[in-house]
Design a protein around this ligand. Structure first.
Ligand code: HXC
Length: 257
């Protein structure tokens, strides 16, 4: 039987996925990508999904990139197919209708950084190291880094990172907006628990609506995006969640979503 390369824990609809190849610093090979696709198929059909947290096994690495040993012998056609599989998989993760959060617990390099960039936001342990070191291997990022990185941190910083291949620490990642928060590694689990509680306490349709408005709106001009927001805002008033949330406020009690 082959090793399980992704662990899954479902905490009342907040699902935690752990990429589990610590001996290779959780590098993404075809087996991990195929397993991730299978998990995504299940998450897309989940009847009560509230959020997804993604992390790496061990205390050293989130994901140290695509698997270089596997990539080494690829022809251009095979490299295109590999990147295509990763791009499709990462896009499905990105477009899950609920918040997707990267818990970056160490090395976050190359394809690992590209995976984190497809998450709605990332939090990092203070030992995390980020970078797009592909140029040191004679290639460029192929899992979306040349496109999602400039959209998150701006083109100048993305060019700096992608053309020098230099690595940055968690403090710099926070400063440039690559991650939202930095904390001691020992606190990452508590953060995940707190986030799980928060997501479970909020109106699930409202959470999905907020994500949809931001994601879909970012691809549109401002006026169209504002019209989208208005439509989604108005739609909330057709849901029992809005009645419950506002009634709970007026009645000075906790909402029961
Ligand atoms: C395969 C990897 C790996 C990777 C680490 N390992 N990163 N295997 N692919 N990306 C393996 C090592 O070979 C080693 O295996 C084990 O994990 C531990 O790594 P060490 O190098 O011994 O650890 P350390 O000295 O602490 O250095 C850690 C590191 C270094 C700085 C992260 O491993 C490193 O530079 N890794 C490569 C990072 C990288 O270049 N990532 C981008 C890949 S390209 P053994 O068997 O020796 O114990 C990419 C492109 C995406 O992601 C787009 C493609 C289409």
């Amino acid at each position: 039987m082959s090793e399980a390369v992704i662990d899954k824990v479902d905490n009342d609809g907040v699902v935690r996925l752990t990429i589990n190849r610590p001996h290779a610093l959780n590098a993404l090979n075809s087996q991990v990508l195929t397993s991730l696709e299978k998990e995504l198929t299940e998450l897309e059909a989940h009847p009560n999904l509230r959020g997804v947290l993604i992390t790496g096994a061990g205390e050293k690495s989130f994901v140290a990139g695509a698997d270089i040993t596997e990539m080494r012998e690829k022809t251009p056609e095979e490299a295109r197919a590999f990147a295509g599989q990763a791009l499709r998989t990462i896009k499905r993760l990105e477009t899950l209708p609920v918040p997707v959060v990267a818990l970056v617990n160490g090395f976050c390099l190359g394809g690992g950084c590209e995976l984190a960039l497809a998450c709605d936001w990332a939090v990092a342990s203070d030992n995390a190291i980020f970078g797009q070191p592909e140029v040191l291997l004679g290639v460029i990022p192929g899992f979306g880094g040349t496109q999602r990185l400039p959209r998150r941190v701006g083109p100048a910083m993305a060019l700096d990172l992608c053309t020098t291949g230099r690595k940055i620490d968690a403090t710099e990642a926070l400063r440039i907006g690559l991650v939202n928060r930095v904390m001691p590694q020992a606190e990452l689990d508590a953060y995940a628990d707190e986030l799980t509680k928060q997501l479970m306490g909020n109106g699930p349709k409202a959470v999905r609506g907020a994500k949809q408005a931001i994601h879909d709106g970012m691809d549109q001009d401002l006026d169209s995006a504002l019209a989208l927001e208005t439509s989604l805002f108005a739609l909330c008033f057709a849901s029992e969640e809005q009645t419950e949330g506002m009634s709970a406020f007026v009645e000075k009690r906790k909402p029961n979503f």
